[in-house]
Write a protein that binds this ligand. Structure first.
Ligand SMILES: [Zn+2]
Ligand SMILES: [Zn+2]
Length: 112
């Protein structure tokens, strides 16, 4: 079954959990360029963010939280992305007003 609304298909795939570009190709059956372009568009609007892990392909994670001002926690063990309530991470000035996004990486409560 071919997907006619690439963005929708990518979002649906990511709802089931964070995925690499290769995993998204497999899950959506879309071509590389379409997946790549849509991932960039989704990152620009803040619906998707990318996590780099050493020795691993970047993982794309769906942001399901509300408001632009929240930080993200990514569990590197079970590959789960968590939208933290805003205010969880306090950043001091002058950095606060220069920060676009905050990503924390570690092990979630289920993993340790
Ligand atoms: Zn989020
Ligand atoms: Zn975990």
């Amino acid at each position: 079954m071919r997907c006619t609304q690439p963005r929708r298909c990518i979002l649906e795939a990511l709802m089931k959990g964070p995925k690499t570009h290769a995993e998204l190709l497999k899950a959506t059956k879309l071509d590389r360029i379409t997946v790549y372009r849509n991932l960039i568009a989704l990152q620009k609007i803040g619906l998707v963010y990318r996590v780099y892990l050493p020795g691993h392909d970047p993982v794309y994670v769906l942001c399901e939280g509300e408001g632009a001002e929240h930080a993200h926690f990514f569990c590197c063990q079970c590959r789960k992305g968590i939208c933290l309530p805003s205010g969880t991470v306090q950043i001091m000035e002058p950095w606060a007003s220069h920060t676009q996004r905050v990503l924390l990486v570690g092990q979630c409560m289920d993993c340790r």
